[in-house]
Design a protein around this ligand. Structure first.
Ligand code: P6P
Length: 337
């Protein structure tokens, strides 16, 4: 019989001896937000919360009411605790300062409160993605420079998947650990300790409807993934649900790669660097994988804008390196031009 360990107990048992509790309590706060959002999300079909909220978020997408709710919940759970000096959300154009009179702590929270929201109305799994940094300079903490840090500086990252069950998967740089919510107890219980990307990979995830918009090299890579043109790729199935957290979680559990390449007219792709690609890249490296923009490790990209996007390849190391090999051909072509 497996041990019954709550996320609170696990975090406490794994915090460094010098921890003062601020970081540990911040992880509790994120777990609480996940429980509240899960409760509302799981009842979304019953309560009149579906449909259009009318507001348009920074991304220019029609905001679903659950988006607004999730963003508000995370803010209201975290704004007054004294653990954070600033936040940034996919749903808000600017950084989110800690309101007076609350004191500013030393951590920074970046988050996508509800990724995949277009799937809410069709009852497909959606997710929250989060990353935690330390502020860069204690004296003037809480500024944009504290948020615009490369993902290599993260001290924690993870996601919450609101699916057939609600799971919180996170890392603090000591492996990746998954917790499943027991809705009766209201507790996240350890269900997947030390998650590692399995070999051989089982799936490749890419929206092939964009094939005509990709460069010839990425088109060649896509055919390689499918095992075409004499490809020596591992035999994989195609799975793409259109919800990043759900695709990433399945691939973490079964091995595989998620790709959102650059396209003609969208040279930076669609996935956001700061609060999607960066935290997921930090997490996947802890699970033995790798994430790239096609040319370099996502962890090394210096953000210059809160909402900047990046081409994104994440999963088993060999599959991501293969993508880099094909993208490198693009550079050679450009260089020869
Ligand atoms: P497409 C959802 O809007 C999202 O940001 C991710 O969750 C998902 O992986 C991607 O977009 C899907 O985009 O262009 O394939 O519909």
């Amino acid at each position: 019989m497996s041990k019954i360990i709550t996320i609170e107990r696990f975090i406490l048992d794994h915090q460094p001896d010098y921890a003062r509790g601020e970081f540990t309590n911040l992880l509790y706060d994120i777990a609480l937000a996940a429980k509240v959002i899960a409760h509302k999300t799981n009842r979304a079909g019953l309560v009149d919360i579906l449909g259009r909220a009318g507001a348009v978020n920074i991304q220019g997408e029609i905001q679903q009411k659950l988006d607004v709710f999730a963003d508000d919940i995370i803010f209201r759970i975290c704004d007054h605790t004294g653990r954070l000096c600033v936040m940034a959300s996919e749903e808000r154009e600017e950084i989110i300062p800690i309101p007076e009179p609350y004191k500013k702590g030393s951590y920074v929270l970046v988050y996508d409160p509800l990724d995949g929201s277009s799937n809410i109305d069709v009852n497909v799994s959606i997710g929250t993605i989060f990353g935690v940094y330390r502020c860069k300079n204690w004296e003037n903490r809480g500024r944009l420079e504290d948020v615009l840090q490369p993902a290599r500086n993260l001290v924690a990252a993870g996601y919450v998947l609101y699916g057939s069950s609600t799971m919180l998967v996170y890392t603090t740089g000591q492996g990746v650990h998954g917790f499943t919510l027991d809705p009766e107890l209201g507790e996240f219980l350890l269900s997947h300790e030390n998650m590692r990307l399995p070999e051989p990979p089982g799936y490749y995830s890419v929206n092939s409807s964009y094939y005509e918009s990709w460069s010839p090299q990425i088109q060649q890579y896509a055919r390689w993934l499918q095992g075409l043109d004499g490809s020596n790729a591992p035999k994989m199935s195609a799975r793409y649900i259109g919800s990043l957290v759900a695709d990433i979680h399945r691939n973490l559990m079964r091995g595989g790669i998620f790709c959102y390449p650059a396209e003609r007219g969208k040279p930076h792709g669609k996935i956001r660097l700061l609060y999607e690609a960066g935290p997921l890249a930090f997490m996947i490296e802890q699970a033995g994988g790798y994430a790239s923009d096609g040319r370099r490790n996502v962890l090394d990209i210096e953000p210059t804008d809160l909402h900047q996007r990046t081409p994104f390849y994440i999963g088993n190391r060999s599959l991501v390196h293969k993508a880099e090999y094909y993208v490198e051909q693009e550079i050679d072509l450009t260089r020869d031009a």
